[in-house]
Design a protein around this ligand. Structure first.
Ligand code: ZN
Length: 616
C-alpha cells in the first residue's frame, strides 16, 4: 500500500511539470493565440481541434467533450494511472524527489506506485541487457546486428541488448536491486515456475519498447539459436503498463519528426525501424506482435494532428507478396478512420527496409518511401489483377469488384480522378463505369426473378453516393431543386436511410415554399421520426457540395442521374418479365411490357441527357 505523497511535493510536481510538454507526448499542439495551444482531443474522436492547453494556468480543457484538468489529471486519464502513480511519473520525468507521509525520511522504494516500479524494473533490465550485449557470450548477438548493417553506435540509440542464456541472470540482478518476484511477474520480465520466478527472455536479442515519453514498458526479443524452441519473435505479454494494441515501437524517437513532417512510416519489425531511422526516415514505427489496428490509428492521428485541414501522410511498407497484399487490404479497412492520405511503399523484390538498406544502401530505403503509391490505387490494382481484362465478362466482373472501393473514397475531390484512372485500366468509359456501377451490386444469377423486391445497395456504392448527393441538394438547395422534387419518389432511393430521409422531406412539405434552406432543414428536422434520422439529415445538410455555391446545372445533373439509375433498374426488371412472358407465350402481356420498356428507355435517355447535357 503506497504511502501518501506529501502535499508540498505534489504542489512542486504541479508547478514544475510543464503541461504543454507533457500533453505533447500524446497530442500534437499548435499555437492558438494568447499563449494557449490546441490539438485533437485524446479523450474523444474528433476531426477538428477543440482540445485546448493553457500553460499559464496549467490547465487543459476540451470544448467538445468537456474533459479537463491539470497536468496530473491529464497523466492519470491518458495513462490510466492512480493519482500517486501519475505524480510519480511526472516526478521521475522532472527529477523531483518525492517524500511520503507514512514513511520515514523520504520513504522506502516499496511505497512507490505500481507503474513506477514496473517502469523502473524495465529500466534496470534494459541497462542489464545492454551490458550483456558486450559480454563474450553475446558474440552471436553482436554478429547478428553487424551482419544486418547495424554498427555498435546504433545499438545505443535503440538500446539494443542481449538476454543471457540460463534461467536467472536477470532475476538475480533485479533481486539485487530490490525488486520482488511479484514485480518481475507483473512486469512480464519473468515467468512463474515451480521454484519461483525465472527469466522470460533467454539467449535473445532484446529491443526495449518505450512509450511516447521514452519510458521502457516492454521488450521485443529475437531468437538467435536453433536450439531455441520458441517463436522467432517474442514480446512482453500484456501487463499493467504494456498494451500491445496501443504500442508502437520507435514512437519515442519518431514522435517529434512525425509532427514536424506530417508523416508516419509504418514498417513491420524492429530491424526495419532501425534501418529506416538510419537511412534518414526518422518517422518510422512498427507494431509489436500484432497487426496495425484502430488504436494505432488513433495514436498516429493525434500525433500527426490529422484533421480536415491538415492532411498528413501515413505510409505503410509491405512485402510485395500475398501476405503483404492482404495486410494492405486490411489496413485499407482500418484506413477509413483516417482522414490522412494513406500510401503504400512496396519493394518489388519483396525486400524489407532492413534487407534493402543492406543490399542497396540508405538511398534505396529513401527511394522506397519516395515511390509510395496511394493505398486506394494499390488496393484497386490488386483487386483488378484477379480478373482477365481481355474478356468483356472479366472487365465487367472487375468493375463490379472495384466499384465499392471507388465508392469508399471519402475525399470527393479525389473520387472523379480515380473513376477516370480505373475506367482507363478497364478500357471502359467513365460514364459506363459510373452508371453501370449503380447496378453493380445487383445479383445477376439467371434464376433470379426480375420481379423480386429491389436489392438495396450498400450505402458506400455508387447508387448510395448518388442518392446521398441528391438528398444533399434537396436539403441545401431547395429553390434549385424546385419542380424536380415532384418527380422524385421514395422508391428511387435504394438505401434504406436515404429512403427514410426522403420520406421525411416529403412530409415536411414542398421545398419551394421555403425561402431559405435553413428554414427548410428546420422543417424537415421537426418531422423526423428519430434522433438517428435527424443526425443523418443534419449531416446531409452540412456536408459540402463540390461547388462553393450549388448551381442549377449541378443539382439537375445529380437528380437526373438518380432518376436515370432508377430507370435502369426498372428496365432490367421489365426485361426479365418480358423473357418470362415470351416463355409463357403471353402475347398481351408481352406487348404491354414492350411498350413500358420503350417508354422507360426513352425516359432513361432523357435523364441521361439532362445528367450530361445542357438542357435547362
Ligand atoms: Zn474531447
Amino acid at each position: 500500500m503506497p504511502g501518501r505523497i506529501r502535499e508540498e511535493d505534489v504542489s512542486t510536481v504541479r508547478d514544475r511539470a510543464r503541461i504543454e510538454e507533457v500533453v505533447r507526448e500524446t497530442v500534437t499542439l499548435k499555437a492558438a493565440g494568447g499563449g494557449s495551444y490546441k490539438g485533437l482531443c485524446p479523450f474523444h474522436d474528433e476531426r477538428s481541434p477543440s482540445f485546448n492547453v493553457t500553460p499559464s494556468k496549467g490547465l487543459y480543457h476540451c470544448f467538445s467533450c468537456g474533459e479537463g484538468g491539470d497536468v496530473i489529471t491529464f497523466v492519470r486519464k491518458i495513462d490510466a494511472l492512480s493519482f500517486t502513480e501519475a505524480v510519480e511519473k511526472l516526478a521521475g520525468k522532472y527529477g523531483i524527489v518525492l517524500r511520503y507521509e507514512d514513511g520515514p525520511g523520504g520513504g522506502g522504494s516499496n511505497q512507490q506506485g505500481q507503474r513506477t516500479r514496473l517502469v523502473e524494473a524495465h529500466k534496470v533490465a534494459s541497462a542489464f541487457y545492454q551490458q550483456q550485449l558486450q559480454s563474450p557470450q553475446a558474440e552471436h548477438a553482436r554478429a547478428f546486428l553487424i551482419e544486418r548493417g547495424f554498427e555498435p553506435e546504433s545499438w545505443l540509440t535503440f538500446g539494443v541488448g542481449y538476454s543471457p542464456a540460463g534461467w536467472d541472470g536477470l532475476r538475480t540482478h533485479l533481486r539485487s536491486r530490490g525488486f520482488t518476484d511479484e514485480e518481475m511477474l507483473a512486469s512480464g520480465l519473468a515467468v512463474s515456475g515451480q521454484r519461483g520466478a525465472y527469466d522470460r527472455f533467454r539467449d535473445r536479442l532484446m529491443w526495449p519498447i518505450r512509450d511516447s515519453g521514452g519510458d521502457p514498458i516492454g521488450f521485443g526479443a529475437r531468437k538467435l539459436s536453433e536450439s531455441d524452441q520458441g517463436p522467432k519473435y517474442l514480446n512482453t505479454p500484456e501487463s499493467p503498463i504494456y498494451k500491445k494494441s496501443q504500442v508502437l515501437y520507435g514512437i519515442d524517437l519518431a514522435r517529434r519528426e512525425m509532427a514536424k513532417q506530417h508523416q508516419a512510416v509504418v514498417v513491420e519489425g524492429y530491424t526495419d525501424v532501425m534501418a529506416c531511422h538510419m537511412a534518414g526516415i526518422t518517422t518510422a514505427v512498427a507494431t509489436c506482435g500484432t497487426a496495425f489496428g484502430a488504436d494505432h490509428v488513433k495514436i498516429l492521428r493525434r500525433i500527426l494532428m490529422d484533421d480536415d485541414n491538415n492532411h498528413a501522410q501515413v505510409i505503410f511498407t509491405f512485402d510485395g507478396d500475398a501476405a503483404g497484399r492482404k495486410a494492405a487490404i486490411k489496413a485499407f479497412g482500418e484506413d477509413q478512420k483516417f482522414v490522412a492520405s494513406t500510401f503504400v511503399a512496396i519493394e518489388p523484390n519483396g525486400l524489407d527496409p532492413c534487407d534493402l538498406r543492406l543490399r542497396s544502401g540508405a538511398s534505396a530505403v529513401q527511394a522506397l518511401v519516395d515511390n509510395r503509391i496511394p493505398l486506394f490505387e494499390y488496393v484497386m490494382r490488386s483487386t483488378i489483377s484477379d480478373f482477365d481484362l481481355d474478356t468483356a465478362e472479366g472487365r465487367v466482373a472487375a468493375m463490379r469488384a472495384v466499384a465499392p472501393i471507388l465508392a469508399g473514397i471519402k475525399d470527393p475531390a479525389l473520387r472523379p480522378e480515380y473513376v477516370r484512372t480505373v475506367s482507363g485500366w478497364l478500357g471502359m468509359s467513365e460514364s459506363a463505369l459510373l452508371s453501370e456501377s449503380g447496378i453493380s451490386n445487383r445479383k445477376t444469377t439467371s434464376n433470379q426473378s426480375a420481379s423480386t423486391a429491389r436489392v438495396s445497395a450498400p450505402a458506400g456504392s455508387q447508387a448510395g453516393l448518388v442518392e446521398r448527393e441528391a438528398l444533399k441538394c434537396v436539403l441545401q438547395a431547395p429553390q434549385l431543386v424546385g419542380a424536380w422534387f415532384e418527380s422524385l419518389e421514395e422508391s428511387v432511393f435504394t438505401i434504406p436511410v436515404a429512403a427514410t430521409v426522403f420520406a421525411t422531406c416529403v412530409s415536411a412539405g414542398n421545398p419551394l415554399e421555403f425561402t431559405t434552406s435553413s428554414d427548410w432543414v428546420s422543417a424537415v428536422l421537426a418531422v423526423a421520426p428519430s434522433d438517428e434520422v435527424r443526425s443523418h439529415i443534419r449531416a446531409m445538410a452540412v456536408e459540402p457540395l463540390p461547388l462553393d455555391a450549388p448551381d442549377q446545372r449541378y443539382v439537375q445533373a445529380v437528380l437526373a442521374r438518380l432518376l436515370e439509375m432508377d430507370a435502369g433498374r426498372r428496365i432490367a426488371e421489365i426485361k426479365g418479365a418480358l423473357n418470362r412472358a415470351e416463355d409463357g407465350n403471353d402475347a398481351q402481356e408481352q406487348s404491354q411490357l414492350l411498350s413500358d420498356l420503350l417508354s422507360l428507355e426513352k425516359y432513361r435517355r432523357d435523364m441521361r441527357e439532362f445528367a450530361v447535357g445542357d438542357q435547362a
